[in-house]
Design a binder for this molecule. Structure first.
Ligand code: ADP
Ligand code: MG
Length: 327
């Protein structure tokens, strides 16, 4: 009897999975292209839950944006060297986790890299190579140790005047994680949040197959370098082929080594797989800065984290436990 009941339940659940369809919406959020995919019963439900995800991402953008002068982040920045700023628990925890990743990567990842954005700008407004002196005086303001957190008062203090924090390397990943969690709470059985290449997935496609992700080939953006299945987890690619400036034939990417103030070199793209997009996002940026050898070494020591690096010659290098089917 029990067996029959189990079989019936299995049949019923298969039927409900079959009745589900995949819907998606593409839109611009956090200054980038986002795509939200959900597996639900009809388009009305899809619209309802996708709106929830969009509202959540918009809310996070307001919290972490450093261009919006009214965000908590801007308040921290404008009080650098002046006074601690009381912030929400959410922002406090995000900064706390960001500082932990700085520790894990020996400072390769550092949200206080942001004071360098006066020197390196990737919006087309840079006309010349910055001087050594300019870089030196700007990089002196970078240092995650000088982000002072006070848990008791939920406050953040940037110790030095001119210091600045920015979430360019972690914010989209965080937003993808939060949107996924919210949709799961709303009983969406499967989906993908694609935050401009920072992806978090859950469940399976309506036909029962795993989701697959294509990793862009940085040397030919219309071609995939690899296609991999991913069921419940995040995959994030950081590339230096989208945002960069060029002086005297050298390409300077938007990922800055916080220790030198110069853009990281030697790597075209880093893809990181991790349970959460936030960590994957931060680590993808960090591997760029750490370089191939140290970066791989670090990734291989972390449980449930893998990476694929494409070096400047187009060579593909992977962490220990990853197998690529197609290159
Ligand atoms: P993308 O935005 O293309 O996905 P990343 O996730 O690698 O790329 O983030 C790069 C962004 O992170 C830069 O545009 C900048 O805002 C910020 N950033 C640059 N260097 C660092 C660094 N060393 N640590 C933390 N954030 C950084
Ligand atoms: Mg990143």
């Amino acid at each position: 009897m029990k067996q029959i009941a189990a079989i019936l339940i299995l049949l019923l659940s298969t039927v409900t999975i079959w009745a589900q369809q995949s819907f998606h919406r593409s839109l611009k959020l956090m200054g980038s292209g986002f795509q939200v995919t959900v597996v639900v019963k009809d388009s009305a439900e899809a619209n309802r839950v996708i709106n929830l995800a969009v509202d959540e991402i918009t809310r996070i953008e307001k919290l972490i944006s450093s261009w919006n002068p009214n965000s908590e982040t801007s308040e921290i920045n404008s009080n650098a060297g002046i006074k601690p700023v009381k912030v929400s628990q959410e922002l406090f925890s995000l900064i706390e986790r960001a500082k932990k990743i700085s520790g894990l990567t020996d400072g390769a990842f550092d949200i206080s890299y942001a004071s360098m954005d006066k020197i390196w700008r990737f919006d087309g407004s840079m006309k010349r190579m910055p001087s050594k002196e300019e870089i030196k005086s700007s990089v002196a303001k970078v240092g995650f140790q000088n982000i002072i957190l006070d848990a008791e008062h939920s406050s953040v203090f940037l110790k030095e005047k001119g210091m600045k924090i920015g979430f360019g390397a972690i914010g989209k990943g965080y937003a993808a994680d939060q949107a996924k969690a919210l949709l799961q709470k709303n009983n969406v059985q499967a989906g993908i949040i694609n935050a401009s290449g920072d992806m978090n997935t859950w469940g399976r496609q309506p036909n029962g197959e795993e989701w697959t992700v294509a990793i862009t080939n940085p040397l030919n953006k219309t071609k995939a370098a690899a296609i991999l299945p991913i069921t419940n987890g995040a995959v994030v690619t950081s590339g230096n082929y989208e945002k960069f400036v060029q002086f005297n034939g050298t390409r300077y990417s938007h990922i800055i080594d916080p220790r030198t103030g110069y853009p990281a070199t030697g790597i075209l793209s880093v893809t990181v797989f991790a349970p959460k997009a936030e960590l994957a996002d931060a680590l993808a940026t960090s591997v760029f800065v750490m370089g191939i050898e140290i970066g791989l070494n670090r990734i291989n020591q972390l449980p449930k984290i893998e990476c694929i690096i494409i070096d400047e010659k187009g060579k593909v290098i992977t962490s220990d436990n990853i197998e690529i089917d197609r290159i």
